[in-house]
Every structure is written in structure tokens, then in C-alpha cells.
Design a protein around this ligand. Structure first.
Ligand code: AMP
Length: 443
């Protein structure tokens, strides 16, 4: 067993990183390594393959960038082609990783490039002709460039799969494996995921890693001590809108993120919130890349201080000063919840998260609380208290003890008939698998 690391007294100087990288670390203002950096950097420096579970906002990007940059610096290469490839699930995350890469490599002569969908194909081809050492990419566009023979990853030294669980959830498994096929077999591979219990991640790790070491820093159930978690009960969406406006007008925060489960709802909230003179923007996957980038810029610089987003933003987004996250809709599961709240309380800052919960969402939120082994503080907003006060009877699990069937037998029976009629009508018609339907709707 490894000795317990003494993280509190460690410094970046103990990690034997190149001077030029330590200078960059000082410049960006990191005082000491975070837990994931302290644990992952030495193994990456030893060229080991790694499987790491790291909490969103834990400093995982620098945890793989710093030792990778170090390794590239100490073994100069004469070969042509990309030396390190970082794959990310979303354009926003790729953009942020690229920015961090540029900051951390600023005193070196290592060059890097960004390859994502939604950007000019020709520009990316000419970028690749300059032979950057490091590429940060989303899988789809990278595969297109591979198909056109515009990128050479045959001498790749390091492959990093960031937020692998999300990449798989978004349906990129085949793309990632097709990219891996093209890579040098002797490469080092680092797989970062929010969770290690994800079946797809376990399978992917089997396929792409060799003799790897596992660093399980957080299980998703660890407390988010620096994030205060509250919930407010709501009657319906009209009531939720009132609560949301009140919170955004009265809470103390620098920047706030509001999450909805669908793009339509995100769009719908913009008007009413602007009506309250709030500086609001919207971010979701139906917007073209230019608008998405512009929105992120406005949010970063503070021109707007509230963004209403779908889960797309829950992963990629790293904006300083987000200290309020409101779940206008309760997310569909605990993992999405963690990614959403992970947008605040980043790198030890503190934050607050508030879930607006109606009667149909009670069981989901109590499932999430159980999954996280955490309790939500129930909050009542004076003057805006609704009729819904939680279920009358609660099971030990925290869920309502009255099943929907018992609560509304007539409604349930009517729904069954409707479903049967619809199914009859749709016989022979192709159905979109539920997961894809949901992803299409959310992103
Ligand atoms: P990540 O988990 O990589 O998305 O990082 C979350 C945030 O933490 C980013 O804004 C990083 O710039 C910041 N960060 C990374 N490492 C450190 C560190 N050692 N000390 C302070 N902040 C850090």
C-alpha cells in the first residue's frame, strides 16, 4: 500500500517538474498541487498508463498537462507528427484545455493546436501542416481530418482521454476506438473519468490501457464540502419561474449558472429573466459555435453574469467566479448533478447550489441525495411559499411512500390507454432509442 501523501505540505517544486513549467505554474498563480495533481503527476512522469477518477474542478487538466509537457520537453523528438493528443467530449472543454495548455507551456517552445467541430476545416488543415506537438480535439472532427490524411498520429507519445465517461455517454465510443487504432501502440495512455464504475469506461480502459495504475481520488459520493446544497419546493413551472427570478435578484453571487433539462426551456427562460433586467445569456447545443463562443466570452468577462444552460455546459465550462448554480430542473441522475454543481466551488472556492423541486421531481432528488450520501437543506422563500410541501409519507430511502399509481389511479390508467393507442399507430415506424432521443434533446 502506498503511504498517505502529505498533500498539505507539498509544493510543485517537490514534483521534479521542468523549470519552465514551474515558472508557468507560478505565473498562473497555483500555489500548491491539488490532490489529483499530487497523486497523478509522479506516475505520469514515470510514463505509466493511468486510469484516474477525478472530481470535476479538481485541477485534473493541469494534472495531466504538466507531466505531459515535462515528458515532451525532456525527450525531444525528430519525428514528424503529433506527440500528444488530448480528446475531450465537448468543444467548450477542448477550448478550455487548450487555453490551459497554452498557459502552462508559455515558456517552452512546445506548440499546440485546437481541433473541434464548428470551426473552419481548412484553417485546421493548415494548422496541422505546422506540425504542433500537442493537439486538443473533439473526436468527430479529428476523425474527419484523419480520414483526409491531414493529421499524423502514428508517432504519438501520449494519448489522453479526458472526461471519458461523458465521451462515451455522448456516443463517441466508436470514434475514440477508431482514433486509438491509428495511434502508436507504444504510446502512454491516460484515461480521466468522473467515475470508475461506468461500465463503458471499464471496457474502454481494458481496450486502451496497458499495465495501468488506477488513482481513485474521489468516488462521486465524496462530499463537496465547499458547496452548500439547498433545495426549494415548487408547485409548477410558473412557480419555479418566480422562485428563479427572486433568487437571481436577491442572492449574493458573482456569476450564476441555471440548468434546465431541455434546450426549449433554456430559451424560454431568457425573456422573462431579461424582463427583470437581469444580465442573462443562454448556452445550448442548437446554437452555432460562434454564438456559443461569444456567450462564453461575455460570461467570462462579466458582461453577462447569468447563463441558462443545458447539460452541455455542465461539463465543459470553467469560468471563474461562478458561486451560484441553480437547478431549475432536477437533473436526471446523480452524475449529471455532480457535473452541474461542479461548475461552482472550483479549486477550493466556495459556492452554493439550489435545486427547484416539484412533486414529480421529489423522488429523483431524493435518489440523488442517497447516491451522494448527502442531505439537501430545505429552504423556504418568504412570500413565495407554494402549496407543495413534499410527500405526506416518506420511505426510509427518502422517496415518497405513495406510489404514483396509488396517488392517481385514474390518470395512470388513462395514460396506459393513450400509450397503447400511440403504439398501435406507430407500428412499423422506426423509433429513436431513448438515450439518443434524450441526448439530442439536451445537448
Ligand atoms: P479542472 O479540474 O482542470 O477543470 O480545474 C479547475 C480549475 O482549477 C481551473 O480553473 C484551474 O485553472 C484551477 N487549478 C488547477 N490547478 C490548480 C492549483 N494547483 N491551484 C489552484 N487552482 C488550480
Amino acid at each position: 500500500m502506498q503511504p498517505t501523501p502529505n498533500e498539505s505540505s507539498s509544493s510543485f517544486y517537490d514534483l521534479s517538474l521542468q523549470e519552465k513549467l514551474l515558472k508557468a505554474v507560478e505565473q498562473v498563480g497555483y500555489e500548491k498541487p491539488t490532490a489529483v495533481q499530487y497523486q497523478a503527476i509522479p506516475s505520469i512522469l514515470e510514463d505509466k498508463d493511468l486510469l484516474v477518477s477525478a472530481e470535476t474542478g479538481s485541477g485534473k487538466t493541469a494534472a495531466f498537462l504538466l507531466p505531459t509537457l515535462h515528458n515532451l520537453l525532456i525527450r525531444p523528438s525528430e519525428k514528424f507528427g503529433i506527440r500528444a493528443l488530448i480528446l475531450a467530449p465537448t468543444r467548450e472543454l477542448a477550448q478550455q484545455t487548450f487555453s490551459q495548455c497554452q498557459l502552462l507551456s508559455q515558456f517552452t517552445d512546445l506548440t499546440s493546436g485546437l481541433i473541434t467541430g464548428g470551426e473552419d476545416f481548412k484553417k485546421q488543415q493548415s494548422l496541422l501542416r505546422k506540425n504542433p506537438a500537442i493537439i486538443v480535439a473533439t473526436p468527430g472532427r479529428l476523425l474527419e481530418l484523419i480520414a483526409q490524411d491531414s493529421i499524423n498520429i502514428r508517432h504519438l507519445e501520449v494519448l489522453i482521454l479526458d472526461e471519458a465517461d461523458r465521451m462515451l455517454d455522448m456516443g463517441f465510443s466508436d470514434d475514440v476506438l477508431a482514433i486509438v487504432e491509428q495511434c502508436n501502440k507504444q504510446r502512454q495512455t491516460l484515461l480521466f473519468s468522473a467515475t470508475l464504475t461506468h461500465y463503458g469506461v471499464i471496457k474502454m480502459a481494458d481496450k486502451v490501457l496497458k499495465n495501468h495504475k488506477t488513482i481513485a481520488l474521489n468516488t462521486l459520493h465524496d462530499g463537496h464540502d465547499n458547496i452548500e446544497q439547498q433545495m426549494v419546493l415548487a408547485d409548477d413551472y410558473e412557480h419555479k419561474q418566480k422562485l428563479l427570478a427572486w433568487l437571481l435578484l436577491n442572492e449574493t453571487y458573482d456569476k450564476a449558472l441555471v440548468f434546465t433539462n431541455t434546450k426549449i426551456k433554456a430559451d424560454e427562460l431568457r425573456g422573462p429573466l431579461r424582463g427583470h433586467k437581469l444580465r442573462v445569456g443562454v448556452l445550448h447545443g442548437d446554437m452555432d459555435q460562434k454564438d456559443r463562443n461569444r456567450m462564453m466570452e461575455l460570461f467570462r468577462e462579466g458582461t453577462i453574469n447569468i447563463v441558462v444552460a443545458t447539460d452541455l455546459a455542465a461539463r465543459g465550462l470553467d469560468v471563474k467566479g461562478i458561486n451560484l448554480v441553480i437547478n431549475y430542473d432536477v437533473p436526471r441522475n446523480g452524475i449529471d448533478y455532480i457535473h452541474r454543481i461542479g461548475r461552482t466551488g472550483r479549486a477550493e472556492e466556495s459556492g452554493r447550489t439550489i435545486a427547484l423541486v416539484n412533486s414529480t421531481e421529489w423522488n429523483i432528488i431524493s435518489g440523488i441525495a442517497r447516491f451522494l450520501k448527502q442531505k439537501f437543506n430545505r429552504r423556504i422563500i418568504e412570500g413565495l411559499q407554494g402549496k407543495y410541501n413534499g410527500p405526506k409519507k416518506i420511505k426510509a430511502s427518502g422517496k415518497s411512500s405513495v406510489s404514483k399509481k396509488k396517488e392517481e389511479p385514474k390518470k395512470a390508467a388513462a395514460k396506459k390507454v393513450k400509450v397503447r393507442e400511440r403504439d398501435k399507430k406507430n407500428i412499423g415506424k422506426r423509433r429513436i432509442p431513448k438515450q439518443k432521443e434524450q441526448a439530442a434533446e439536451t445537448e
